[in-house]
Design a protein around this ligand. Structure first.
Ligand SMILES: [Zn+2]
Length: 309
């Protein structure tokens, strides 16, 4: 049976395709063997997995070696962000609403550690992990009320949106006064070495991104009524954590909607100094997840449109 299956696969893929398939399969088997039997060199701060090596990420025409968690699918940026997020969530009082835009499965567990919060997700397309409070909605016209959320996470989304000013204005509208918005986007390296480059279309060589962000991103955010500070996600960590958690070089834009309403107030206020609530202990802490007992009515969001289910 096994031999027949291999012959059928060879006929389907051709010699070159079959060779690539066999090589990938052998590497995966070797990785699983090493995970079980070799020292645990790598660890995921999102799900708690520990093992020999992360797995490769295959993008459009490129491969990033040993970067994806084999259990939760986290990338370096998720693992760097998780302790920040965990700290900010811990500061929220029960019943507060948090919004995860275009939710990433890897970070869902981190939100779920606070089951007494109302975890709301929103995406343009239906996903398996959209959750109980998942809305199918456009980022440039969100189906939520003004000043609804105590924390918003928007990670690697804005670069896929044609009108990012409209998207940022919508985020600023739905977040509560004094609340935090966490924004991650692909940037130049270093992020402030050049201004944002607009492609004018989704660029096929850059994962269909509309732009690469640069030094003017804080100004773009502040033009929409929020204060912004850029922090290096790896700055508070010891260097050995970079390798252990395979963290990538990412900048987090920490934004706050000022308590005084109006765009002029945001610009006129003193510069926002971001806290960096992160240390190695937070990366290593034990993990727990639980089901989230909540409904849309309790969330006060029942008036919105386009709920996923
Ligand atoms: Zn993981």
């Amino acid at each position: 049976m096994g031999l027949h299956r291999e012959i059928r696969r060879l006929a389907q893929l051709g010699a070159r395709g079959y060779w690539d398939h066999a090589t990938r399969r052998s590497k995966e088997r070797l990785r699983i063997f090493l995970d079980r039997n070799a020292p645990q060199r790598r660890r995921c701060s999102c799900c708690g997995w520990a093992g020999w090596s992360f797995v490769d990420y295959e993008g459009k025409g490129y491969v990033v070696r040993r970067i994806v968690c084999p259990v939760c699918g986290s990338h370096g940026r998720h693992r760097a962000l998780a302790p920040f997020l965990r700290t900010l969530l811990a500061e929220l009082s029960p019943g507060k609403k948090v919004l995860h835009l275009a939710p990433e499965r890897a970070l869902e567990r981190t939100f779920m550690e606070r089951r007494d919060l109302l975890y709301v997700t929103a995406d343009l397309i239906r996903r398996r992990w959209l959750g109980k409070l998942g809305a199918l909605t456009d980022l440039t016209s969100l189906a939520f009320r003004d000043n609804s959320f105590s924390l918003v996470l928007c990670s690697h989304v804005l670069e896929h949106v044609r009108d990012d000013h409209a998207a940022l204005a919508e985020i600023a509208r739905v977040v509560a006064f004094g609340a935090t918005v966490l924004i991650l986007v692909p940037t130049w390296k270093p992020w402030n070495s050049r201004r944002t480059l607009e492609f004018g279309m989704p660029h096929p060589r850059f994962d269909d991104h509309w732009r690469i962000y640069g030094s003017d991103l804080p100004a773009r955010i502040e033009a929409c009524g929020m204060r912004c500070a850029a922090v290096d996600l790896r700055a508070p960590l010891q260097r050995r954590a970079f390798e252990r958690f395979a963290l990538t070089d990412e900048v987090l834009f920490i934004c706050v909607k000022p308590k005084i309403e109006g765009r002029k107030a945001a610009v006129a206020s003193r510069p926002h100094t971001a806290r960096i609530p992160c240390n190695l202990a937070l990366l290593e802490r034990p993990f727990r997840t639980s089901a989230q007992p909540c409904d849309r009515q309790a969330a006060g969001l029942e008036g919105g449109q386009g709920w996923a289910r």
